[in-house]
Design a protein around this ligand. Structure first.
Ligand code: C2O
Ligand code: CU
Length: 434
């Protein structure tokens, strides 16, 4: 029996070639066909990327600044770019049919928004997402704190999997109903890609790692070895108190920021029954004399409004469908929220701007789901206690989780499972904030 977290194929991993970072605005982000050799000994794989590479360039800006960017579509499908996790002007959210029109091949779209919150975010296609993200249309969006923490290296770690044929081409079928009714479309080759790639890491230096699970459907268990560190943020949002570094469970689209002092080669691996599966490694070259004395403290909080639990309205979102479920839907509609599969004319709920809601997420299926709300972060609520802010929450099979959210951002926002195979086959809805 292959579990959802089991990893396959070769364990050797090399980092993909470095790429140019943007130095000035307006950024130009061109979606286009690219070729990548995914691992040592592999033949090049035809993929899609931005500005010649997948992952696309890491976009770095500073909190409070305006990001000004022209998206050009040069792939042979219509597309649009979504800025995952960012509190954004609704018209810039990149959801065709809800917030903008499709950007056809050869066309462009100008995205412009202010980055209110510092943190680790990412961008990805939001049209035919299962296919377009699997093909490689994604990259990192880093919003630096005005006074960033003191580190020697700030590195994005993309964790991805690819479903490859034996000739290393990408399996180009994205509609395997069996997979989509189960855990989604899993790759058969997984690895971590570092951006930037650096050979200049020294023992005792302090690093910030920004892990992003960009896989379409796979939940990764991740161990980070070689640093003595703390978890400082989830989904871009700082933890009030940094948490100790243990095995991480990272669902699709989730991010984890770690700051730590290097004590050996940095190894990113996934625990498996047969021992650790190596996803990526950054080797150290030499050492500096001693590590910093300073504690790894909390990052500055982002300007988020606390939920008003006394006045909160209560809602329930039932996850339904999928394989091994007597109520499984047929045809393209495998998954549903509250009995409705796919987008509907009317929103799941209309909120008054600033309203707090407590939503009971009920997973009435045999599979895990990664529930993502656009344009907002929310807090898990258990026994009256609020957890740390998230934009994507993993809800295990049969599990119930409450979240509290202040619907403070006007517009139309998607609410969907970020297992993109589940999203494609019905697990999506939307809310409105007026
Ligand atoms: Cu990462 Cu609807 O998005
Ligand atoms: Cu799901």
């Amino acid at each position: 029996m292959i579990t959802r977290r089991q990893l396959l194929l070769s364990s050797a991993a090399i980092a993909i070639a470095p790429r140019a970072a943007f130095a000035s605005q307006p950024f130009k982000l061109t979606a286009e066909a690219v070729k990548r050799t995914l691992d040592e000994g592999f033949e090049p794989t035809s993929l899609w990327g931005f500005n010649g590479s997948t992952p696309g360039p890491t976009l770095r800006t500073t909190q409070g600044q305006t990001l000004d960017l022209q998206f050009q579509n040069q792939v042979d499908q219509a597309s649009a770019v979504h800025w995952h996790g960012i509190r954004i002007d609704n018209a810039m959210d990149g959801v065709p049919g809800l917030t903008q029109s499709l950007v056809e091949t050869g066309q462009s779209f100008d995205y412009q928004f202010v980055t209110q919150d510092a943190g680790t975010y990412w961008y990805h296609s939001h049209n035919r997402s299962l296919e377009q993200v699997a093909r490689g249309l994604y990259g990192a969006l880093i919003v630096q704190e005005e006074t960033p923490p003191d580190v020697d290296h700030d590195i994005v770690v993309f964790i991805d999997d690819w479903l490859l044929n034996s000739d290393y081409s990408l399996v180009s079928e994205f509609s395997n109903m069996h997979d989509l009714a189960h855990g989604g479309q899993m790759g058969n080759f997984a690895k971590a890609v570092f951006q930037p790639e650096t050979s200049d890491i020294k023992k005792n230096q302090r690093v910030r790692l920004r892990l992003i699970n960009v896989a379409t459907d796979r939940i990764f268990d991740i161990n980070v070895d070689g640093i003595d560190g703390k978890i400082v943020a989830y989904d871009g949002m700082p933890l009030n108190t940094p948490a100790s570094l243990q095995t991480l469970v990272i669902a699709p689209a989730q991010r984890v920021d770690i700051i730590g002092d290097v004590n050996a080669d940095i190894l990113i691996s996934a625990p498996t029954r047969n021992g650790p599966y190596k996803l990526g490694q950054m080797s150290i070259s030499g050492a500096i004399e001693s590590k910093r004395d300073s504690e790894i403290g909390a990052l500055p909080a982002n300007p988020y409004q606390a939920p008003d639990l006394d006045k909160a309205i209560e809602l329930t979102l039932n996850m339904e469908g999928g394989a091994m479920n007597p109520k499984m839907m047929r045809g393209g509609d495998i998954w549903a929220f509250n009995g409705v599969s796919g987008m509907q004319e009317t929103p799941f709920k209309s909120f008054k701007r600033g309203q707090t809601a407590v939503i009971n997420l009920v997973n009435d299926t045999m599979f895990a789901h990664a529930i993502h709300l656009h344009g907002h972060h929310f807090q898990p609520l258990s026994d009256g206690t609020l957890g740390s802010l998230r934009d994507t929450l993993l809800v295990e099979p049969g599990e119930n989780q409450k979240i509290a959210c202040v619907f403070g951002n006007p517009g139309k926002w998607l609410l969907h499972c970020h297992m993109l195979g589940h999203q494609k086959t019905g697990m999506k809805t939307w809310v409105e904030v007026a």
